[in-house]
Write a new protein. Structure first.
Length: 227
């Protein structure tokens, strides 16, 4: 759910203000709030939003919109409000995104790093209230590099586990890759000699065109022409 043009005091304004360029030296004047709850029945985003509004009010920031995802797990690839938030950031409708905690925003460490990198390239700051993370400050940018290093470390661990798993499987004699498809080469040759097309041969033997042509080549030793 997106609530546009909501001020930090909670009232709704009529000022659309499509663009909010930053002030001198990256000064933050306007923010968009993002909140998420995993379940609708037992959780409400109002606690998150209340703290975010109060923080924006203390800092003198204008809240241009509130983006809220209800009943959406953090691991979901698609979040309706988050999907609307990022294009709004590209249009520079606000100077910063203010969320309650990092785990409310990022689907994964990789997604978080990529999203924060995109926001940084757009000149939009990211602030996580409970984590004391503010990417508009030097300490916040340092923390971003730490998060990026952690994401790279996680990727390397995954690659190492995959390589170790493959090596272990091969050592045990496990065949890697897709299983080979057994094709009746004489049947392919017979059907082709009857004038059947490759498509008809494939349907008859229930195998792919590539497999049937390779089977025919294994007998004739001549590349097969498409038909």
């Amino acid at each position: 759910m997106v609530n546009p043009n909501r001020s930090s005091s909670g009232s709704t304004t009529q000022d659309q203000r499509p663009h909010h360029p930053k002030g001198v030296a990256g000064e933050i004047r306007s923010v968009a709030l993002y909140a998420r709850v995993s379940t609708v029945r037992d959780q409400s985003p109002e606690m998150q939003l209340r703290e975010l509004r109060e923080h924006a009010d203390r800092r003198g920031w204008t809240v241009t919109a509130e983006y809220v995802d209800h009943g959406v797990s953090g691991s979901k690839d698609t979040r309706p409000s988050l999907n609307k938030l990022m294009p709004a950031a590209q249009r520079r409708e606000f100077d910063a995104i203010l969320c309650w905690k990092i785990d409310r925003f990022g689907r994964s460490l990789k997604h978080l790093v990529n999203a924060l990198g995109d926001l940084g390239s757009l000149g939009v700051a990211f602030i996580s209230l409970r984590d004391n993370l503010d990417l508009s400050t030097p300490s916040g940018r340092l923390m971003f590099h730490v998060i990026g290093a952690m994401a790279q470390f996680e990727r390397e661990l995954i690659r190492e586990r995959v390589r170790s798993g493959i090596a272990n499987a091969r050592a045990k004699g496990t065949a890697m890759g897709r299983p080979k498809v057994a094709v009746d080469a004489p049947a392919v040759a017979r059907l082709r000699s009857e004038g059947r097309s490759w498509s008809e041969v494939c349907r008859e033997l229930n195998v792919s065109k590539g497999s049937t042509q390779r089977a025919a080549m294994s007998i004739s030793g001549v590349a097969c022409m498409p038909n």
